[in-house]
Design a protein around this ligand. Sequence first.
Ligand code: B12
Ligand code: SF4
Ligand code: SF4
Length: 312
Amino acid sequence: MDYMARHGMRRARPAELVPGTVSVITARLDYLPRDAPDDWLEREQSALRDAGRAVVSVYARGRDYHKVLRRRLQQLADRLQAEVGPVGHRVFTDSAPVLEVELAARSGIGWRGKHTLALHRDGGSMFFLGEIYVDLALPASEPVTPHCGTCSQCLDACPTRAIVAPYRLDARRCISYLTIEHEGAIPEEFRAAMGNRIYGCDDCQTACPWNKYARRSSLPDFDERAGLGHATLLGLWRWDEAEFLRRTEGSAIRRIGWSRWRRNLAVALGNALREGSDEATAAALRQARDAACDLVRGHIDWALAQQAASGP
Ligand code: B12
Ligand code: SF4
Ligand code: SF4
């Protein structure tokens, strides 16, 4: 995440990032899969209690949202130009030094929750954000009133205490950062708390009462792929690199690459071993050890040590 420091104040001043920008059009795209069951929140929480299950964050189970959202924002910009003539514009989602939650909060897409994400009474927080910077003066929309009140469920639910105070996240402690962005070894102090989360984390969102109102996507793009909504750790551990690449084609997961994927799985398998998983788990870890890169081997060794630590 070094890019955040590198871009300095351009993050806060749209016209310095895209000269000529006068207004920013902000957008939200809901990402719950179309067929998410009514009790999806309970199911997500119960999957975390099943040590053998592999939990991939809901947003990453379908197609890579960057592509989906960028394409749709561009279509919106094209429609705008069809109405009013040529407009200088640039679309963004997650891709550049843009303070997306701040823009969403100021334009009324939602308020910033204590977990730092944007949320709304009519849609919770299970949505992506995107923007179109335009050189067109548009009337500004108003922010919505915040409704966190005295609630602190997201802070209490965070397994690594990454939300260090309301509205303040220490990204270095966040499982989303550790499993997706972080390149090297996962600091040992956080491994047990990761549980069976192998890509991203939704706990601060599934704890949030407003996510009862989260909306399903109307698009097929966020339907689950490769069985990622109900995979087991051992099932995913059996994938070789070719299968990983094939099954994650077009998914955001592919961005983390093979070693980080295996590193995350090894930690989760270690956590399962500590819970008393069967000998098959230890055998699968041992079998993969020699062929693993240094990073993954180190995590396999840690994982195997968890079995010893759990003791008879
Ligand atoms: C870096 C990043 C992360 C990091 C850090 C997250 C964080 N909260 O800071 C990590 C890897 C941990 C992460 C995790 C997740 N992320 Co993320 N992440 C981003 C990213 C790329 C930048 C966010 C950022 O700038 N953080 C740095 C902090 C310092 O910024 P900040 O909290 O906004 O604080 C600034 C503002 O408050 C501002 N500010 C305050 N007052 C004022 C006043 C003025 C005048 C100005 C100009 C600014 C200003 O200054 C602060 C400091 O810069 C954004 C996309 C984007 N470009 O914005 C997505 C984004 C925030 N992530 C998103 C998602 C979905 C997630 C996860 C849910 C994914 C998952 N399931 O695992 C988790 C949730 C964790 C959490 N509780 O935040 C979505 C959130 C959608 C929403 N509903 O809000 C975004 C918007 C991506 C997208 N396009 O949809 N993420
Ligand atoms: S995503 Fe998970 S680890 Fe990160 S702040 Fe939310 S609950 Fe904590
Ligand atoms: S869990 Fe509570 S405090 Fe956290 S964002 Fe939701 S309403 Fe706000």
